[in-house]
Design a binder for this molecule. Structure first.
Ligand SMILES: Cc1ncc(COP(=O)(O)O)c(C=O)c1O
Length: 450
């Protein structure tokens, strides 16, 4: 038997030999050239080919090792190549990857039971992604809002959605309609009409905009892409009360903040009242595409066969892996690890903030942390990459830290050492009044809404 420290060391070693390519050959790498020529240009990708990962580290085709505090954008909660996940994937790939939803498979029911247990919800629908879960939930809200005497095909009185300013819910038409960031929504107008945005954590604005035409309010319990902003208890409770009063649904988008990331199974479990729907995806199947709508029996009772569906969602391979993921979170007591490592990270970041006048605020819960800067964050992301650290930046000024749930105390220390170097060596353009000014404007906009 390997002891824990040998296991961790083994996990940080590369799985196979690097391809030993120089930076120059990477530039002429045919895989990058193919991508540049043939892919739809939807992403500004870094010019590296990531080939594999072990635990909290990921490796590129030159063999360079990175400490992964991006986690595939909050997906790789168990890091890379977790032995139990690898074992289940091997086993199930040799059995059945897909059988269709016209039959049962061995894992969908048990996984739904487990998720119901974690969330306190009654019924589950499996999707392939977060955005698809959002669209499904919006359809459920429309069904729930439609009165029996309202003829199908007509616009029901209760058909509008409320969402929050600074929200991000995904890229399909339903999801972009309730995503406030204009660059994601406006090019595709007209989106679903009638969606309205409430100022973040602003109860008065919520009360002014909630009426009987609203079928649901959607909110990220902790806004992720928006820069790590938790919904306040007062706002949540008022949203709950107004939804109940107007016969609308409270939908918690926990696609990024759910399934343990904040140190609880679901971020909304810190509140005393429950939503009607919880949406999950990202880490659910440890990197395989799987999302889910979790809801109450009351909402589920409006659904009948044929109203909603999916070809791939809830297949045996993805569900077996998701079931294993949830068991690993329990068996390895990862919620405790998330809370402890999260506290260490915030403590270390606070010390760095005391040395860096351009760190303006540290926000977040568990292993979902935003570091807001008064200068542009992009150069820090590039410098971090040079130094073997993966982090992300959102809305230009906020560094996003989303390390895996299995992160160790030593890796937190390694991260803080690397970040200190990154912060010290990146040119800060602190005198760039324009960027400082626009950071201020954004802060003011958000602060007034809190
Ligand atoms: C809070 C939130 N909701 C929805 C989505 C969309 O999920 P997906 O990219 O799986 O469609 C994301 C993705 O980043 C998200 O962070």
């Amino acid at each position: 038997m390997m002891d824990t420290s040998s296991k961790r060391k083994a996990l940080s070693r590369p799985l196979r030999k690097p391809e030993h390519r120089s930076a120059k050959t990477v530039k002429s790498d045919t895989r990058l050239l193919d991508a540049e020529q043939f892919l739809l240009p939807t992403y500004k990708r870094q010019p590296v080919v990531m080939t594999h990962g072990r635990g909290a580290y990921v490796f590129d085709s030159t063999g360079k090792k990175y400490l992964d505090f991006l986690g595939g954008i909050a997906v790789n909660a168990l890091g890379h190549a977790h032995p139990r996940i690898v074992k289940v994937i091997r086993r199930e790939a040799a059995r059945a990857i897909h059988v269709s939803n016209l039959f049962h498979n061995a894992y969908q029911g048990p996984l739904a039971r487990k998720l119901a247990g974690w969330s306190g919800m009654d019924r589950v629908f499996f999707s392939n992604s977060g955005t698809e879960a959002i669209d499904g939930a919006m359809k459920l809200a429309r069904l729930y809002g439609r009165k029996p005497d309202e003829v199908a095909g007509t616009t029901a009185k209760k058909h509008r959605f409320l969402a929050l300013e600074n929200s991000f819910h995904g890229r399909t038409f339903g999801a972009v309609s309730v995503t406030s960031t204009e660059k994601y929504r406006l090019p595709f107008a007209p989106v679903i009409p009638g969606a309205e945005f409430v100022r973040f954590n602003d109860v008065a604005d919520l009360e002014a905009k909630f009426d009987d035409t609203i079928c649901a309010i959607l909110l990220e319990t902790v806004q992720g892409e928006g820069g790590i902003y938790p919904v306040s208890e007062v706002f949540w409770n008022r949203a709950r009360a107004l939804a109940t009063q107007h016969g609308a649904l409270l939908i918690a988008d926990e696609i990024q903040c759910g399934l343990g990331r904040t140190g609880r199974y679901f971020a909304c479990q810190k509140f005393s009242s429950k939503p009607d729907i919880v949406l999950i995806a990202k880490p659910l199947a440890a990197g395989l595409p799987l999302g889910a709508i979790l809801t109450t029996q009351e909402v589920a009772s409006r659904v009948s066969p044929g109203m909603h569906g999916t070809t791939f969602g809830g297949g045996p391979l993805a569900c077996a892996v998701a079931l294993e993921f949830l068991k690993i979170v329990e068996d390895e007591k990862l919620l405790e690890n998330i809370r402890a490592r999260g506290d260490e990270l915030r403590e270390g970041l606070a010390k760095l903030a005391a040395q860096c006048n351009f760190i303006r605020e540290i926000r977040g819960e568990g292993l979902m942390i935003g570091v807001e800067l008064s200068v542009e964050g992009g150069p820090f992301v590039s410098e971090a990459m040079q130094r073997g650290l993966l982090i992300n930046c959102t809305h230009d000024f906020t560094l996003l830290l989303l390390p895996p749930f299995i992160i160790t105390r030593a890796q937190v220390r390694e991260f803080l050492r690397l970040l200190e170097l990154v912060l010290a060596t990146t040119p800060q353009q602190a005198s760039d009044l324009d960027s400082a000014k626009s950071a201020d404007l954004k802060r003011v906009a958000h602060a007034t809404a809190r």
